[in-house]
Design a protein around this ligand. Structure first.
Ligand SMILES: [Zn+2]
Length: 90
């Protein structure tokens, strides 16, 4: 029997990748948007490549608004920018 790898679509670039290669972005019950690297946070989720370019695309395309059925604020944008790729490198 073949092992099934769960696949998810990046809301930035639209690429379908194995779930574990993507970062889960969660809108928590109290309205916070966080990068959930444990995959355990409750709430509405969306998936993104661990790449700042995809985050930019998602923000430009308002993919988060579509995924979460609400606009995300500048605070949430900043938090995601700090969490996805970029700031940890170098
Ligand atoms: Zn992507």
């Amino acid at each position: 029997m073949q092992k099934k790898i769960p696949m998810r679509t990046c809301i930035g670039c639209g690429t379908i990748k194995p779930k574990k290669e993507l970062v889960r972005i969660v809108l928590t019950q109290d309205g916070k948007v966080i990068a959930d690297r444990t995959g355990r946070a409750g709430g509405r989720g969306a998936y993104l490549c661990d790449d700042p370019a995809c985050l930019e695309k998602a923000l430009k395309r308002k993919s988060f608004a579509r995924a979460f059925h609400m606009q995300i604020g500048p605070e949430a944008c900043d938090r995601l920018k700090a969490e996805i790729g970029g700031d940890n490198a170098g």
